[in-house]
Design a protein around this ligand. Structure first.
Ligand code: M6R
Length: 380
């Protein structure tokens, strides 16, 4: 069943090009061209228009890796679709929900569709809106890999992420598929609300279509280099992951992957916050992984990384192959294809999944069933 892979997690990492292909084939309209001035959406989400009409606010509820996907989603919904978006840990939201806002879409993100806190937070939100006037009616969208799950019974609509069953406790392909769902949703809303030009929408669609081949390039060309690098960290006790903007959630995700399967202490931080505390942790024993992708915060991340280097930290950069500036700053490189900022989380997360996997495997740990963890957390 592992098809020659040592663990399910590795198999699932390598399935990602195929998962992305399936999602694109399912949801992107191949025929859609800006030049035709189309009157229909570029994506086939089939959502009830009531769900996204007149929206003033989106709130995303999730746990763990799904919460990280929600953070990328916030970036896309705000920057592409222009809708103020808040992201909440479901376990916090259910006990201290913010005041109700009108014309609000609530999105529950859960790959299993069974996470107790996420379901409870969504139910609570639904109940508190049910008796209110129209502007406050419960509009709930689920993003899940299991359309037959309990989540589906509680929401108005589902986006099925089509990642296929995921066995490893560490979420990998389901995360990438959740992030893709947010691209589709953001493009759909951006089209309806004219927050992006048709050309800008088409440009993003062209970029999305290149992702499967780009992920393949990372897996094929970097797999063994990342494995060799990982072996140097088998005894490391602490890691810091830095990212900014759309890649800040990827720093969080890289750190979560590492801690849950390798039991190494790891923290993800927005790179600009380093000097407000965590920089005190740094010395030669704490490697720093910085996500330095092209775009608005590239130079800022590089200069934050240089601050870490000045504290003797070993610097590992997730950066495009053609980025000579970044290459000269980092001690070690996790190379990825050159993609533009808006699409960079999907390529940046792949080497971090591989790094976490190979460190844990080198330590001889039970990668697919890490201690104390369950695939879906169905109790509070
Ligand atoms: O099934 P869900 O997406 O609701 O699960 C949420 C978290 O329990 C899950 O993402 C967890 O953090 C993963 N083990 C992370 O790899």
């Amino acid at each position: 069943e592992k098809q020659g892979f040592r663990h399910f997690m590795l198999k699932e990492i390598y399935e990602q090009p195929a998962v992305v292909r399936t999602c694109l084939a399912t949801y992107l309209n191949e025929q859609w061209r800006a030049a035709d001035h189309p009157s229909h959406s570029p994506v086939f989400l089939g959502l009830d228009p009531q769900l996204t009409k007149n929206l003033q606010h989106i709130q995303i509820l999730a746990c763990g890796t799904s919460w990280h996907a929600g953070l990328v989603g916030k970036y896309l919904l705000e920057q592409l679709a222009g809708i103020p978006t808040t992201v909440h840990y479901a376990s916090e939201f259910r006990y201290a929900a913010p005041p109700l806002t009108p014309h609000t879409l609530t999105i529950g993100v859960t790959q299993s569709g069974e996470t107790a806190d996420t379901l409870a937070a969504l139910e609570m939100e639904k109940q508190r809106r049910l008796t209110l006037e129209d502007d406050y009616k419960p509009l709930i969208l689920g993003i899940t890999n299991r359309p037959e799950s309990t989540l589906a019974t509680m929401v108005n609509e589902i986006i099925n992420t089509h990642a296929g069953i995921e066995i490893g406790v560490a979420a990998t392909k389901t995360f990438v598929a959740q992030v893709l769902a947010f691209y589709f949703l953001a493009l759909d809303i951006a089209f309806q609300r004219h927050s992006l030009s048709l050309e800008a929408i088409e440009h993003i669609m062209v970029g999305l279509r290149q992702l499967p081949a780009q992920i393949e390039t990372i897996l094929e060309q970097q797999g063994s280099a990342i494995e060799a690098l990982a072996h140097e960290f088998a005894e490391t006790q602490d890691f810091i992951f830095l990212g900014r903007g759309i890649n800040f959630p990827i720093a969080l995700e890289g750190a979560l992957k590492l801690k849950e399967i390798s039991y190494i202490h790891a923290e993800g931080y927005p790179a600009g916050e380093m000097k407000h505390g965590p920089i005190a942790l740094l010395d030669a024993k704490v490697p720093v992984v910085a996500i330095a992708m092209p775009g608005s915060v590239h130079d800022k991340v590089i200069s934050n990384a240089q601050e870490a280097k000045a504290r003797d930290a070993r610097l590992i950069g997730v950066t495009p192959m053609d980025d000579n500036q970044a290459r000269s700053v980092f001690d070690d490189l996790l190379l990825v294809p050159h993609v533009e900022e808006m699409l960079s989380p999907i390529v940046a997360v792949i080497p971090l999944q591989l790094l976490a996997y190979h460190i844990a495997a080198r330590r001889g740990l039970d990668v697919d069933q890490p201690r104390n963890l369950a695939k879906s957390v169905t109790v509070e």
